[in-house]
Design a protein around this ligand. Sequence first.
Ligand code: KIV
Ligand code: ZN
Length: 388
Amino acid sequence: MEEIIFFDTTLRDGEQSPGASMTKDGKVKVAMQLEKLGVNVIEAGFPIASENDFESVKEIARTVTKSTVAGLARAKKVDIDRCGDAIKDAKKPRIHTFMSTSDIHLANQFGIDRETALKISIDAVKQAKNYCNDIEFSPMDATRTEKSYLYRVIESVIDAGATTVNIPDTVGYSTPVEFGQLIKGIKENVPNISQAIISVHCHNDLGLATANSLAAITNGARQVEGTINGIGERAGNASLEEIMMILKTRKDQMGEFKSNVNYTEIYNSSKIVESISGIMVQRNKAIVGKNAFSHESGIHQDGIIKHKSTYEIIDPRTIGIESELVLGKHSGKHAIEKRAKEIGFEIDENQMNCVFTSFKNYADNKKYVTDEELEKIIVQELGIKQNA
Ligand code: KIV
Ligand code: ZN
């Protein structure tokens, strides 16, 4: 069975979310949790970017033992030397170097031609090889790069020693069919592609980062990059927890892959990243949002009580949490009765009718009804006490 390599860039691209900077200690905590989660590669930072980044990458390289620790470096000698220094104590070190390849970037940002960019890319990979064998190269803005030139860059960096070639949709511009075709084209047109792993790195500007990553896997990518909670530059990166759970839940569509993921650590990972980055997860975020496994409507709650499969496609315990029946104005009798029982009240059918009417009146003006509020309603209506 083929393996999907999960490459986490929460500590690098994720930290590029406005307002997400993390302290060195915070980053080490996140890295340790990512290792528990079972990600294969942790991109720990961009060592040339700041002293904090350098020190954090260094500390993570010393602390993490199972996952590969990668540092990012532009295709420049000074970046690569700094990165090489930062990752040198890692058990499994990787240098990830990148150079723009689209004409838009080359003409407007760098003022250089394609041949010059190609030479810079090759030299960077050769330079990185002085520090470790595991080298990733990214042709930045790959999805807006002319294809035959992109193929040539990829072939040349593999010849120079790149072991992973990462195809970034830097500006989140691609669509699933198009991105899948791009990966297929790379497999078919780069003669030495079998000597490297194809990786993808999708941004979410059009809300397609997860879908594009999956299309890439279907077409031969075997490393997928992303972040926990989907944080990252602008609209963020592909959300790793979504890709992990899609591959697990929809094997019938995606095929069966090996992976190293400890699924029950997904929710913890989300919470730790949330608290350390300060970037809150939206309530309705797939997989890890507060509402992802909450059921409010009476019909849904009734179904869930009878059989979870009615309205849950993932058992929330898989990712390390319990599902929640949220009591509110849409809740039905079954859900209220169940919750009442859980908090210690045995209520017969007649009593339930009284409680239900009173509950509905109360809930009509509220977003949720808490356990304490439900207890008050029951006590007021029935004058009874909880079971011990
Ligand atoms: O989005 C991007 O192109 C990047 C590269 C550094 C891989 O983050
Ligand atoms: Zn990126």
